[in-house]
Design a protein. Structure first.
Length: 101
């Protein structure tokens, strides 16, 4: 009896999508002026090497007129975003915010 009830409830829940009672989408609607750079260092590279490269990149980004802000994440997790959730890039990245076009 319980198995039949579960089957019926599952079937009813699947009908919610074609009846448009539930909205389904694969990717988020995201049109932001941001860019994330992932830094892949050679295996065994010291955290200090990664930090030095990241700081060098930050100094360069200060000279790019289209970049309004940037934030580096070195040895600590960046806030989760869609890309990070899928590819686990949140552990090594530089996030940039660009001027709106």
């Amino acid at each position: 009896m319980t198995l039949w009830l579960v089957g019926i409830l599952l079937g009813l829940s699947l009908l919610l999508v074609p009846s448009k009672m539930v909205t389904v989408k694969m990717l988020p609607f995201d049109n932001k002026s941001e860019l994330q750079v992932i830094i892949d260092m050679p295996e065994g590279a010291a955290l200090e090497q990664t930090a030095a490269l990241t700081h060098e990149m930050g100094e360069y980004l200060k000279t790019v007129p289209e970049v309004t802000d940037y934030q580096s994440y070195i040895g600590t997790a960046a806030p989760y975003n869609f890309n990070g959730l899928v590819r686990h890039y949140f552990l090594r990245s530089v996030a940039m915010w660009l001027i709106s076009s």
